[in-house]
Write a protein that binds this ligand. Structure first.
Ligand SMILES: O=C(O)CCC(=O)C(=O)O
Length: 295
């Protein structure tokens, strides 16, 4: 880009371009995370009621803090009990839009790929519960999940909801791998969920870095940056959300879900509102703009 816009300094942009990732340790505050946390708490309540109804728990732990409740609920249960609710969640709910459209996130991404931003349909909430094998994600490039999509670059914004560290299973990345092509991956068989895993020969001589992220911090990385996360060996849940963004002239990847126009200087009137996205529309299209009659 000739002109730098957005939140990041020239040094941060240069670091991202060189290494393929960037840590923003204090990007978001409690207010920024409140709406998305409310969605997560509501889902945890549903899960608690389901476990209770099925006789798997006798106490729904309704007074336990966000960080502990799901860990307490699944303590003593099996991976299969947890996986019934999905290894990660992609619910189309207002709290997720609130986070995905957060101007601080968009400002950071704008610095890297410009101001025409599409929120990619692939986003995941990851409640990494201690002892659940699917919490640990093997080395992979995100692009291995969409090898045929003409979307490049896709930037992941990985947001920590609690402090993510070595013990509860933070991310590790291999710097510089974003400059490679897509490596060959296979489906792993350890977790029962079939994550893609890069063939070892491509990474075994490369140096990895561990990246603890404080709550509210974000890790940005390119979809060819090889990364993984370790098991959760703590007593609490490592909560995170990974969001993705790309320039608007790329494949919107509709087979993966509903993305939306998150920011545009060229077509500001088309930027999606929450109600558009909740209705499954990637951009704003109302009667005034389309000229349709409003019966
Ligand atoms: O959150 C994790 O543990 C893994 C995240 C990941 O692999 C991703 O966001 O692509």
């Amino acid at each position: 880009m000739d002109t730098l816009t957005g939140l990041l300094s020239a040094e941060q942009v240069a670091f991202y371009e060189r290494e393929g990732y960037l840590l923003l340790p204090d990007l978001l505050n409690e207010d920024d995370l409140a709406a998305v946390k409310a969605e997560m708490n509501a889902k945890v309540e549903q899960i608690a009621q389901d476990l209770l109804a099925n006789g798997l728990v006798t106490d729904t732990r309704s007074d336990s803090p966000f960080q502990y409740r799901l860990a307490e609920l699944f303590d003593g249960l099996t991976d299969a009990h947890f996986l019934k609710f999905g290894r990660s969640w992609r619910d189309r709910l207002p709290g997720y839009f609130d986070l995905m459209a957060n101007p601080k996130i968009l400002d950071a991404v704008e610095s890297l790929i410009g101001p025409e931003l599409f929120a990619n349909p692939v986003y995941n909430t990851r409640p990494k519960v201690p002892g659940v094998a699917a919490g640990a994600v093997p080395w992979h490039q995100d692009r291995s999940y969409w090898p045929d999509a003409n979307a490049n670059p896709v930037i992941t914004v990985w947001v920590a909801l609690v402090d993510a560290d070595e013990v509860n299973g933070c991310l590790h990345v291999i710097p510089g791998t974003h400059k490679t092509q897509l490596f060959t991956h296979h489906k792993e068989s350890l977790t029962g969920t079939g994550y893609t895993e890069v063939n070892e020969e491509f990474i075994k001589t490369r140096r990895a870095v561990m990246l603890p992220v404080p709550a509210g911090g974000a890790l940005l990385f390119n979809d060819r940056c090889v990364h993984m996360s370790t098991p959760n060996r703590s007593d609490h849940v490592r909560w995170s959300v990974d969001l993705r963004y790309q320039p608007t002239d790329q494949d919107p990847m509709p087979t993966h879900g509903v993305g939306f126009l998150a920011r545009s200087r060229i077509f500001p009137e088309r930027v999606a509102r929450m109600e558009d996205w909740l209705a499954g529309q990637p951009e704003r299209r109302d009667d005034k703009m389309t000229g349709r009659d409003n019966p």
